[in-house]
Design a protein around this ligand. Structure first.
Ligand code: FAD
Length: 407
């Protein structure tokens, strides 16, 4: 059977390999001059290639498409990914949070491993080959147009990725292919990205990293998402860092004019416990200044912002803080409000949420329900997950699931 795979990224290379291993004649078209440009920048150049968790624990890290990917991540789980790379000569190691990296810490080794696997399996790879359209005849994908020329195939796999970091090649072409054959595309939105915050408070503490805090997003007192205890970072115009990135994936479809974010600087202490602690601190400090009290509770660079919100002078004595101000301080420490303005754009979003509508794809083989010899795999689908190696695992798992439809 003649099979076309569009896209030489994580999902495309894995899928092409697996189909070719079954003896089919597989051609992969990649528009860039080299394969795996996005893989190259993953994991800050080290490529967090999968996460050594399976089953429910894995699923907890999938944001959209949990039910849809369940079969795929069971069919090809993180152990299978690890075995695959070890077999093609890329030794791996497991780090904190079950994150898996190549021992070399070089993402290029993951690309080389996939290239080698394709080569061994006999995949024909064409670089600098931009697929312009998928041609449908008699309700089947009959050919693809590449750099102006038409090539015929028996089956076509779309593995063109999302629309984030478009300079790596994923510029949303797959959405157009999907629409052109009658599929609907759930509006793509940035995910795993920084959050811009209104006002200029963030600028005042730019570069400050907060540890052991939580971030809660709410719409009119209803919690949209509450992060785990973790780390976040102030940027010149907003917030970034692990818990902000995770939050972005859960708020990217919420109306920002109704959304508020709250930092809890003391997640391990209840409001009452914190009030008691502050009373005790003030009693111990005798006539010291409020700023000294705050420095004991917060990173130094946050103190000025707290003083402003408390509306007290830095020189005021801590023991002059009345009950109302002490309660206000506790509230600021537990619920420091930030008004989100927008998410960062696609060029700074690690993944794209949204994509080809899962209702129109059979999850057993990642096959279109509209065109029976057309498949969609990887980030082009309306699936996304958190950081930790989960997105690449989804790309590999959907790829292998697709290949399982080829005997
Ligand atoms: C900065 C950054 C860091 C990341 N780090 C991690 C990480 O450490 N771990 C993790 O799990 N995930 C990470 N991700 C996410 C992960 O890289 C993606 O989810 C994954 O690469 C998606 O695989 P894919 O095959 O669907 O798409 P891609 O890897 O984007 O591949 C799509 C390919 O299709 C090609 N293409 C597109 N249109 C056409 C066309 N018309 N004709 C021919 N070719 C075409 C593109 O050039 C591209 O090579 C990161 C992403 C970014 C941006």
């Amino acid at each position: 059977m003649k099979v076309c795979v569009i896209g030489g990224g994580a999902s495309g290379m894995m899928c092409a390999t697996m189909i070719a291993r079954k003896g089919h004649d597989v051609t992969l078209f990649e528009k860039n001059e080299k394969l795996g440009k996005k893989i190259y920048i993953t994991g800050k150049g080290r490529c967090n290639v999968t996460n050594a968790t399976t089953g429910n624990e894995f699923l907890q890290n999938v944001v959209s498409g949990k039910k849809f990917v369940m079969g795929a991540i069971t069919r090809f789980n993180s152990n299978d990914t690890m075995n695959f790379f070890e077999e093609v000569g890329v030794p791996l190691k497991i780090e904190r949070g079950n994150r898996v990296f190549p021992v070399s810490d070089k993402s290029n080794d993951i690309i080389k491993g996939l290239e080698k696997a394709m080569n061994w399996a006999g995949v024909k790879v064409f670089l600098n080959s931009n697929v312009e359209s998928v041609v449908i005849e008699d309700s089947l994908a009959k050919s693809v147009v590449v750099n102006g020329e038409k090539y015929d195939f028996d089956r076509v796999v779309v593995a063109t990725g999302g629309i984030s970091y478009a300079s790596t090649g994923s510029d949303g072409a797959g959405y157009e292919f999907a629409k052109s054959v009658g599929h609907t595309v759930i509006e793509p939105v940035p995910a795993l990205c920084a959050i811009k915050i209104s006002g200029n408070e963030c600028k005042e503490v730019e570069g400050l990293s907060l540890k052991n805090v939580t971030l809660t997003s709410k719409v009119q007192d209803k919690i949209v998402y509450k992060s785990e205890i973790g780390e976040m970072l102030f940027t010149s115009n907003g917030i970034s860092g692990p818990i902000a990135l995770t939050t972005s994936s859960y708020i990217n479809r919420v109306d920002f004019s109704k959304l508020k974010l709250y930092i809890d600087f003391k997640p391990a202490l209840s409001v009452d416990a914190l009030l008691l602690r502050i009373d005790r601190d003030i009693a111990d400090m005798k006539a010291k200044q409020v700023s000294t009290l705050l420095e004991g509770l917060l990173p130094k660079s946050m103190v000025a912002l707290f003083l402003k919100r408390l509306d007290v002078e830095a020189s005021m004595k801590a023991n002059q803080l009345n009950r109302e101000k002490r309660k206000m301080l506790v509230n600021l420490l537990k619920n420091y409000e930030l008004l989100p303005d927008s998410l960062e754009n696609f060029n700074q979003a690690v993944v794209t949420a949204g994509g080809v509508n899962l209702k129109e794809i059979n999850p057993k083989y990642m096959k279109s329900k509209l065109v029976s010899n057309l498949y969609f795999i990887g980030e082009v689908l309306d699936i996304d997950a958190l950081t930790g190696g989960f997105n690449l695992q989804l790309a590999f798992a959907t790829a292998v699931t697709c290949a399982s439809d080829f005997n």
